[in-house]
Structures are given as structure tokens and as C-alpha cells.
Unconditional design. Structure first.
Length: 463
């Protein structure tokens, strides 16, 4: 192969590797990148890597920096994530090529009886194809098994701390792998019969080391995935505990309010007697003043929202009061069965998370835009259907956070479902709950009602 052909081959194969790695890197970040950005970053990387002939570690460093730059500048991810995924992308490619290189070194001496130029060319092309195939399989496994979990986890400083824990061993594997490849396969001599041979090299051991390297990498990613999952569960548990504490306060406030109402009702006859005596005595102004005091007392004991459930009344009064204080037009037309098989705590989890999201969405809207929240709900047989409708900025998709996950969990607990509908600047959260008739038979009732609901859906029945 002439020098010009060798240079062309180097540029072509380096370009294939870099564009292949860049595509996986963008997929790993769950982002999209326009074609001309691929040409820009890929082309610059190919030129820079091929310019440092003989300095493999420098070329790999340039490749990593190029990937990280694309992640930060084009995909708009943070530098820690970009650095980790860039090293991971290049490391998987290095291990894939290392495995194929070791296999080629094992098989090549057994073909000495054939024409060496032909065998060398076939091995070179087949080796590149096999290396890309192995790398692609590893990329697919990472994308399938780990990427979604790693991408969906975002908790700020704690995430960065855990990311550092996985970045260090991944970087260590990368450095050691490159050192071994440079030391072993960099020391090559040409034997008289045309075969290449590395000094003092046991290619079987090298193959095992490469396989152990890729296995170690997947073990690190698996441990990282479990660590993220565990932290996410502990964070959600902490949020639920805080929420339960707040909801318990609502319960206590509701009980106190109803106790005051009970006391007022007990004394109402006495109040009426006093008013009668004042009117009989011709003391009209005093009677009117007394009635106004009674009216103020009754007003303090009433709820801004009346849903027939005292605990939910307190919650809605608190949340919608906050919304009104922010200039958000809040209204409620929700009527709940009381008592029923639905736990007050579960209803509060649904409504508190839904209203928190609605308030946050309205708060982030631009000045001058209409801001409103409307809570509604109705009974239909054993089904309770609630809707929380609110305005929002209308840009992009509605994000599902821990709060909506809790709403979905409650809906599924009662055999129901949760869905989100957006249209223009309006988002509507639909929550369906199936009310069990007897609390001691909740699991059985939920199963029967869910089956009935499924049959209705298949027959084309609406909610």
C-alpha cells in the first residue's frame, strides 16, 4: 500500500470511528444534533486526530475533547455529564478495537501458508468491520440498559457527586487500556516472512484482559444505575414523608375547624334567643351588630371550597388561597363522596401535587398572560374523575416530575389511571380513581372495577 493510499485509508477509518462515536454520544445524551454539526465537529476531529500521527493518546484526548465540546455547546448538557459520556464513548470503542486486535493477532499466524498481502488486506478490512460491530453492540447495550436510568436522574449536587464516583474508575480503565495497548502492540517487529509480531506478547492474555475491561465497565455502569435508583427512591421517600407531615397538619386543622363548627352549632339556639330578646326590647342596632358578629364567626368556620370532604376542603382552601395571592384566578367545582373507600391521605396526595404543579406553571408564565386554575370532578358509578386545568407558557412538553409520579401511583393503587392533555396554553391533568365499596375488600374491588372499566373502554365508552 502506497503512502498516499495509506494516508487516505487512515483518514477514512478515523472518520468512520469518530462519526460513529459522535452519533452514539449524542444518542446517549438523549439529544438531537443537526447534520452540519456532525460535519463540523466530526471533520475537525478527523483532521486534528490524523494530524498527530504516532501520538495515539493525544488523538484520543482530542476525540474526547471534541465530544465533550459538542455535548456542552450543541446539546447544552453540563460539563460533568459531557466529560463522563465522552470518556465512556471513547473507552468502549477502544475496548472493542482491542478485543478484535487481540483476536486478529491470535488468528493471523495460522494463515502463514497464504499470500501475506492478500491475508493482510483481508484482516485489515475485516478487523475494522468486526471492531465497529463489537463497538456497536456494546453501545447498544449501554443505550438499552443504562442510558434511560442515568438520563432520567437529575438531583443537582448529589448527582454530580455520584457521577464523580463512576467517572474516576471509567477514566482509570481508559488510561490503563491505552497504556497496555501502546506498550504491547506498540512494540512490533517485522519477521523475514512478512509476519508482524509483538515482542513478549501473549495475545490470549491480552484478549482476556480486554474482555475483563469491558466487563468491568459494564459492572461499573450497573452499580451506578443501582446507586442512582436507590438515591431516587430515598429522595422520593423523603418527599413523601414531608408531604405526609404537611397533610397531617391539614387533617389536624380540619378537625379543629369542625370542632369549632360543632361548638357553634351547639350554641346557635342561645345566639338566636339573644337576638330575639334584643329585637323584642327594641334594640335593633345591637341586634344587627350581634348578627354581624355571628356572621363573621360563621365565615371563619366555613371553607373557601366545599367538596363534602373536610380534609380536602382544608387542602384546597390553602392551595387555592396561595394561587389567588399570586394573582392566579382559582376556582373549584369538585364534589367528593364522603365517607368512602378512598383514603383522605391519597386524595390529598393527588390534589396537592397537581395544584403545586399548576401553581408553578402559572407562576412561570409571562406578565400579561391569563393565569387560572380550575379544579373539577364528578362521580360516575364507581368512578371518580378529577380534572385540574390550568394555563401555562405553552412552550415544549409538560415535564413529569416526582409529584406526578406520586399522583400516578395513587391512581394505580385504586385501579385507575392518570393522563395529561395539553393544547395551546392549557394543560389538563386527568385522574381516574375507582372507589371500592368496602374498604376491607379494596384489592378485590379494584380488580373487578378495573376489569369493568377495561370492557367499557373496549366498547368505546368514554369517561
Amino acid at each position: 500500500m502506497t503512502d498516499d493510499m495509506g494516508m487516505l485509508y487512515q483518514y477514512i477509518m478515523t472518520g468512520v470511528q469518530i462519526f460513529f462515536g459522535l452519533y452514539f454520544f449524542v444518542r446517549l445524551l438523549h439529544k438531537k444534533m443537526k447534520f452540519y454539526y456532525y460535519l463540523l465537529f466530526g471533520g475537525c476531529s478527523v483532521w486534528a486526530v490524523c494530524s498527530v500521527q504516532g501520538a495515539v493518546i493525544i488523538g484520543l484526548g482530542i476525540f474526547i475533547l471534541s465530544l465533550a465540546a459538542a455535548g456542552i455547546l450543541v446539546c447544552h448538557t453540563d460539563w460533568r455529564t459531557a466529560a463522563l459520556y465522552a470518556v465512556l464513548t471513547v473507552e468502549i470503542m477502544q475496548l472493542g478495537y482491542g478485543i478484535v486486535k487481540s483476536l486478529s493477532s491470535i488468528l493471523y499466524p495460522h494463515l502463514s501458508a497464504f499470500d501475506q498481502k492478500t491475508v493482510g488486506l483481508v484482516f485489515m478490512l475485516a478487523g475494522e468491520a468486526a471492531a465497529l460491530l463489537v463497538t456497536g453492540l456494546c453501545y447498544g447495550m449501554v443505550q438499552r440498559c443504562f442510558s434511560d436510568e442515568m438520563h432520567s436522574f437529575h438531583y443537582g449536587a448529589m448527582e454530580n457527586q455520584y457521577m464523580l464516583l463512576v467517572f474516576i474508575p471509567v477514566l482509570m480503565i481508559f488510561i490503563m487500556d491505552e497504556y497496555i495497548n501502546s506498550f504491547i502492540y506498540g512494540m512490533v517487529v517485522i519477521i523475514d516472512d512478512g509476519l508482524e509480531s509483538s515482542l513478549y506478547t501473549n495475545h490470549y492474555q491480552m484478549l482476556v484482559m480486554q474482555l475483563l475491561g469491558i466487563a468491568s465497565l459494564f459492572c461499573i455502569l450497573f452499580a451506578y444505575k443501582k446507586l442512582l435508583h436507590s438515591f431516587r427512591l430515598s429522595t422520593e421517600l423523603s418527599l413523601l414523608e414531608q408531604e405526609e407531615h404537611s397533610l397531617n397538619q391539614y387533617v389536624e386543622e380540619a378537625k379543629a375547624r369542625y370542632d369549632r363548627t360543632k361548638s357553634f352549632r351547639h350554641d346557635i339556639k342561645n345566639h338566636i334567643t339573644v337576638v330575639k330578646e334584643l329585637l323584642k326590647g327594641g334594640k335593633l342596632e345591637q341586634a344587627i351588630s350581634y348578627i354581624e358578629d355571628m356572621d363573621d364567626m360563621a365565615e371563619r368556620m366555613s371553607f373557601p371550597c366545599s367538596t363534602n370532604n373536610p380534609v380536602v376542603d382544608i387542602l384546597l382552601g390553602n392551595k387555592l388561597g396561595i394561587a389567588n395571592g399570586m394573582g392566579i384566578c382559582a376556582s373549584c367545582s369538585l364534589l367528593l363522596p364522603y365517607p368512602c373507600g378512598l383514603r383522605d391521605m391519597d386524595l390529598c396526595i393527588v390534589l396537592s401535587n397537581a395544584l403545586d404543579n399548576a401553581i408553578h406553571a402559572c407562576k412561570s408564565m409571562d406578565e400579561g398572560m391569563e393565569k387560572y386554575i380550575h379544579v373539577s370532578g364528578r362521580m360516575q358509578g364507581d368512578f371518580l374523575m378529577m380534572e385540574i386545568e390550568n394555563s401555562f407558557h405553552g412552550k415544549g412538553s409538560f415535564k413529569r416530575g416526582t409529584g406526578l409520579s406520586n399522583v400516578k401511583a395513587v391512581a394505580e393503587k385504586y385501579g385507575g389511571a392518570m393522563s395529561i392533555e395539553t393544547q395551546g396554553n392549557v394543560v389538563v391533568l386527568h385522574v381516574l380513581l375507582i372507589i371500592p365499596q368496602h374498604t376491607e375488600y379494596i384489592p378485590q374491588q379494584i380488580g373487578e372495577s378495573a376489569a369493568s372499566y377495561g370492557r367499557k373502554k373496549k366498547q368505546g365508552g368514554g369517561l
